[in-house]
Design a protein around this ligand. Sequence first.
Ligand SMILES: [Zn+2]
Length: 66
Amino acid sequence: MTPNQAGTKADQSAASSSNVIVTNQSRVACNGGGGPLGHPQVWLTLGTDGKVTCPYCSCAFVAAAE
Ligand SMILES: [Zn+2]
């Protein structure tokens, strides 16, 4: 007899709405991750501080530090 219990789920869905994406480009495209929860693709230009936030899904894009 083998107890078949897979009760350990280390699966954590991202419930946080503040997603940070590191990029090495000055212009980034965001579509909210695609799928039914996404949004129309928009192009965002990083500011002089190396950051930009998507007005649709509040994703924050930051320039990769060199
Ligand atoms: Zn977005």
